[in-house]
Design a protein around this ligand. Structure first.
Ligand code: BMA
Length: 836
């Protein structure tokens, strides 16, 4: 099959503006590059580009078809064409689309001519279209609105958070974000290639492959299809199938048996086996008559989602967890939102940077949240490689959605493309219907007044169209109706029920409860819970001037999109800490506070394993630089939460929490080997001297177990005079390890934290180009955090407790070369005493 690429430079025209644009790409990027709009991140610039989303845009270019074959079909393919468009070839309308998530293929054979041709694509403003659609509604279809927001986004099948969210700006992009090609074929074109696996005896596995071939030839004729599986270092396996073809869709199925195939592993398993990444194979289906083919990256796998009715806490319950290769797994997860406002900037490198940071912080599960996009191929390729299980939402979030015939048809078309596109990725764990939309039926006055009407609509869209699409197109995977929910066929409100299915636990943020509220539930699986912080000074400097450096300056408030955001951050400063006295310390403390909130939750929920089998933090990444619930800043820089996550998500973790006046020390062992060691529990005063006698416990813990090792009434005498430091030295597989953790018995603000007299030296390691910072202190130092301005890179650990007399080395790996002077000049270190 010949392919003519139309990628590259196109002309862009709209309003009174004309410039060049690059396809694949979005128009905003080109307008910014050409100086027509300014960077929406800076200052209040977001306001100055809103007109772009309210404008119709036309793109056009010329291309050559040197000799036209009248016996062939010429098919123009458009994917990720955002959103409403009409395509003209030589001024003849050849097709139109209305869904960013659907794939469009237009037969342009008749309008194409030999020689020079012109293609023109006219995009209608998505915002104007949404308003137009809203006027035709028979009854209101409400949606959640944000500070800066495009109206009626829920009527339009485009990335929902383009219209603004409580962590991101309103940037209503348009464009085409995938390769644009014309295919020339005499026979037809492949629609999809999907796979499933099962295991026979003696480790012989069967790969069931199914391709769908869209035939253009009218008469039934026999075609030969050759499937080829290429696995690392193994001889390729080929299988041939002959099939009588009909006009339109044809399913071709084959079974390929492989002895001892490489099985897909989660990031947790990879790390335990000291493997860097999974081995990925390629499966291709070729048509013999003509070089027409389809290819997918695959990996034999055995990942299952388990959800069974049971009894928990004396009540009827329902579990939820992932199981890989027969072994249940605690999901150490985080939620994914689109990684940029501009699709043009969603590159493989950006995905790799963010997802490898996730895996490095011991994350094994990523939820692709429903207000974004069915992610780009690069995202799933990297999740396959790094062993990150993907919880895949369908793209519906925080709204009611229409259930008209046209809307349902539009959604069906999107799923007919998206489900088979993603199905072959080993990383996909489950399909979920939407984000919070069942709960949303209670959010709006319109829906509360006429609940049955909206419930019928809900049922039509999710339980009929979407559930059936998943059942038909990916029967091997579970369909989870909504996040959160109690499970299939359950219409109970699962928002505050911790006994079944997944929960979104937002009481600590949206309901302003204290961190200890995380310990008031015994969840089965928490798919969202989060706490905000400010990004580092370095990142704040990309959108604000120093004169704005005040949390309540107009600009800082403008970039805070959670209406209650700053209030909650500041209120909790005064609840737990002494109030920081300058902007720099506030930024630091906001990150410490966020890390502590999330650590409180995970420490408790991990200790509940196997009752609780997952925690998916809201949220991993940022779409722009601003305050948010993320653990990675827009630039990919690690916030303190991400460093802390690396510790509280590690396989062996000493979980410390205080509940009902008792100190609880639990040890979590998620390793596949038994561990052996000594746990020491020390009570120190704030000078670093022993305050109460240390406890020493020798401990043997079987693989994959969590155990409460120590539980004791909290010593309430002089509760503000000591802190608890637990250290665990252990061996696993004959190797020695050490881990530690710290907890305060009283509120931080009540304790007399000393100025620690911290000192450090910096050495440059010529061999690896890293900087070693050796830290030391005279008094105990808490949440000791290293940061740099103007220098990009990552510390080996951060937010540490430093005990007097114990030196600790932290290594900084820079992204590029810096001199030791540059590093030293830009390094700054903070600890909790800055808020004394
Ligand atoms: C959750 C999400 C998002 C939102 C977040 C913070 O419930 O689904 O819609 O950004 O809350 O408010």
């Amino acid at each position: 099959m010949e392919k003519f690429s139309l990628n590259g430079e196109w002309a862009l025209k709209g309003a009174k503006v004309e410039c060049k644009t690059i396809i694949p790409g979005d128009f905003h990027s080109s307008l910014e590059k050409n100086g027509i709009i300014s960077n929406p991140f800076e200052g209040f610039n977001e306001q100055n580009q809103l007109w772009v989303g309210q404008t119709d845009w036309t793109i056009y270019r010329n291309f050559e078809i040197s000799c036209k074959d009248d016996n062939a079909f010429y098919i123009l393919e458009l994917c990720q064409a955002d959103t409403f468009f009409n395509v003209f070839i030589n001024d003849i309308l050849i097709g139109s689309g209305q869904n960013e998530f659907a794939r469009y293929r237009f037969d342009i054979s008749k309008s194409l001519k030999a020689g020079n041709n012109e293609i023109k694509i006219v995009f209608d403003s998505p915002e104007n279209k949404a308003i137009e659609l809203s006027k035709k509604l028979e009854y209101p279809i409400p949606y959640s609105q944000f500070d800066v927001c495009s109206p009626h986004r829920n009527l339009v099948r485009k990335c929902q958070c383009n219209g603004g969210w409580d962590w991101g700006p309103c940037v209503m992009v348009s464009g085409i974000y995938s390769d644009i090609n014309i295919f020339k074929t005499k026979t037809g074109i492949f629609d999809s290639l999907t796979v499933s696996y099962d295991k026979k005896q003696n480790n012989i596995w069967t790969l069931h492959a199914q391709s769908v071939f869209d035939s253009f030839s009218k008469e039934g004729q026999c075609q030969v299809f050759v499937f080829e599986l290429n696995q690392n270092e193994k001889t390729p396996v080929k299988k041939q199938v002959s099939k009588e073809i009909v006009f339109g869709k044809n399913k071709i199925e084959v079974e390929i048996q492989v002895e001892n195939p490489y099985l897909w592993k989660t990031s947790t398993e990879l790390k335990q086996l000291e493997l860097k990444q999974n081995e990925i194979s390629t499966l291709t289906c070729n048509l013999q008559e003509e070089p027409v083919s389809i290819s997918k990256k695959v990996c034999f796998n055995n990942l299952k989602t388990v959800s069974q009715s049971d009894f928990a806490n004396g009540q009827k319950g329902r579990s939820l967890y992932f199981e890989n290769n027969g072994i249940p797994l605690f999901s150490k997860g985080s939620n994914w939102i689109p990684c940029d406002i501009y699709p043009s900037r969603m590159t493989y490198e950006r995905y790799y940077q963010l997802l490898s940071s996730a895996a490095d912080a011991n994350i094994n599960t990523i939820r692709v949240w429903g207000g974004g996009i069915y992610e780009n191929e690069a995202f799933y390729d990297i999740c396959d490689l790094l062993g990150l299980i993907v919880w895949q939402d369908c793209m519906f979030a925080c709204s009611v959605y229409p259930a008209t015939k046209e809307f349902l048809q539009n959604v069906s078309e999107e799923l007919e493309y998206q489900i088979p596109r993603l199905q072959s990725h080993a990383c996909i764990g489950l399909w979920c219907g939407n984000n919070e939309n069942f709960g949303a039926l209670n959010w709006y006055p319109e829906t509360r007044e006429n609940k049955v009407r909206y419930l019928f609509d809900y049922d039509r869209l999710y339980n009929n169209v979407i559930a059936n699409a998943v059942k038909n197109l990916d029967p091997s995977r579970m369909f989870w109706p909504s996040s959160p929910c109690a499970g299939p066929n359950d219409y109970g409100d699962n928002w505050h029920s911790d006994n079944q299915g997944d929960m979104h636990f937002w009481s600590v943020w949206h309901e302003k409860m204290s961190f200890s509220a995380y310990q008031s539930i015994q969840p089965r699986f928490v798919s969202e819970f989060g706490y905000e912080s400010f990004p580092s000074l370095d990142t704040i400097g990309t959108f604000a001037k120093e004169s704005d450096y005040n949390f309540t300056s107009p600009l800082m408030e403008y970039h805070q999109r959670s209406p209650i955001g700053n209030t909650i951050i500041l209120e909790n400063f005064s609840r737990y800490f002494r109030f920081p006295s300058n902007f720099e310390s506030m930024v630091y403390l906001s990150q410490v506070q966020q890390a502590l909130a999330i650590k409180t939750a995970v420490s408790y929920w991990r200790a509940l394993k196997p009752h609780c089998m997952g925690s998916i933090i809201w949220q991993l990444n940022d779409i722009w630089p601003g305050p948010s619930w993320s653990s990675l800043e827009y630039s990919g820089k690690w916030k303190l939460l991400h460093y802390e996550m690396q510790k509280f998500y590690s396989d062996v973790f000493v979980s410390l929490f205080i509940q009902d006046g008792k100190l609880n020390v639990s040890v979590c062992n998620d390793l596949k080997s038994n561990i052996n060691g000594t746990l020491k529990i020390n009570y120190y005063d704030f000078d670093g001297k022993e305050f109460y006698e240390q406890k020493s416990i020798s401990l043997k813990l079987s693989k994959d177990t969590t155990k409460t090792v120590f539980e004791q009434e909290l010593i309430t005498k002089d509760i503000d005079k000591y802190f608890i430091y637990a250290s665990f030295d252990y061996t696993a597989d004959n190797k020695a390890y050490s881990t530690s953790n710290t907890i305060f018995a009283d509120l931080y603000k009540h304790c007399s934290i000393q100025e620690p007299e911290l000192s450090y030296t910096v050495d440059y390691n010529k061999q690896n180009g890293c900087f070693d910072v050796m830290l030391e202190s005279e008094k105990p130092a808490f949440f000791v955090s290293l940061d740099t301005t103007n220098i990009k890179g990552r510390f080996s650990t951060n937010m540490i407790t430093l005990l007097p007399g114990k030196k600790q080395k932290i290594t900084f790996t820079p992204e590029k070369e810096y001199s030791i002077k540059e590093f030293k000049d830009n390094l700054f270190i903070k600890d909790l005493s800055c808020c004394n």
